[in-house]
Design a protein around this ligand. Structure first.
Ligand SMILES: Cc1cc2nc3c(=O)[nH]c(=O)nc-3n(C[C@H](O)[C@H](O)[C@H](O)COP(=O)(O)O)c2cc1C
Length: 214
């Protein structure tokens, strides 16, 4: 059986001290074992090597019909084309990210701005935007310093609704969030993350996601 291709986006600037990376490092091998397939990982470290900010040419190109955009701004679209191809080649998407100011880190937002493209990854219709990419399982390992993702809310959650909307608009609807929060109050945040990972791996929701990959 062919191996599964997984595109892994790392979004923390904190390198090996990163809690969200640690969360992923703890979860991914166990999940790979449960999928029963070899996993070929393409890793993009947005935290260590942020993508360049979008340019005026790129922004101009987004409002043009695709043929004109390519002929006038082809070079300015090259990075975006490459990132979209990289995403489309993947059977699964995996994102490790901290919460930054109630939402996704800027490096992830930048990636989103480069892959959400009219007439390439979504089209506009009279009923709104419709994704053009085939859906695929997407896992998001997210960590935060304070209390997030709980009721009653102590901080607004612009992370999950935003990411769901941004991925959904290009066709990625099968999104699973795994979180470890309140890490600023933990003496040993990395071991809290490990405990959360083990707990999450035991959850039935994880098993439900497997058939969509198999
Ligand atoms: C710029 C910045 C903004 C942050 N904003 C929030 C926030 O809004 N809510 C929160 O709970 N934690 C916030 N934090 C804390 C991080 O989410 C927390 O430290 C997380 O564990 C970091 O993950 P990492 O180790 O993978 O970078 C923020 C941290 C930084 C650096």
């Amino acid at each position: 059986m062919n191996s599964l291709k997984l595109l892994q986006l790392e979004c923390s600037p904190r390198g090996e001290n990163s809690t969200s990376r640690h969360f992923t490092h703890h979860l991914l091998p166990a999940m790979a074992e449960r999928f029963g397939r070899d996993i070929q990982v393409v890793r993009r470290d947005l935290g260590a090597e942020p993508l360049p900010p979008i340019t005026a040419e790129y922004a101009e190109s987004l409002v043009l019909p695709i043929a004109e955009a390519k002929s006038r701004f082809g070079a300015a679209l090259a990075l975006s084309d490459h990132l979209i191809q990289e995403l489309d080649d993947a059977d699964m998407l995996w994102i490790s990210a901290p919460v930054h100011n109630f939402t996704v880190p800027a490096v992830l937002k930048n990636w989103i701005d480069l892959v959400v493209r009219r007439d390439v990854t979504f089209k506009t219709t009279e009923n709104g935007k419709v994704g053009l990419l085939q859906d695929r399982p997407t896992f998001v390992a997210v960590t935060s310093g304070g209390a997030m993702f709980r009721e009653p809310a102590l901080q607004p959650d612009f992370f999950r609704p935003y990411l769901k909307a941004a991925l959904g608009v290009i066709g990625l609807k099968d999104v699973t969030f795994m979180h470890a929060t309140g890490l600023a109050f933990a003496d040993e945040p990395l071991s809290v993350v490990e405990t959360k990972a083990e707990q999450w791996l035991r959850e039935a929701s994880f098993r439900r996601t497997i058939p969509s990959i198999a």
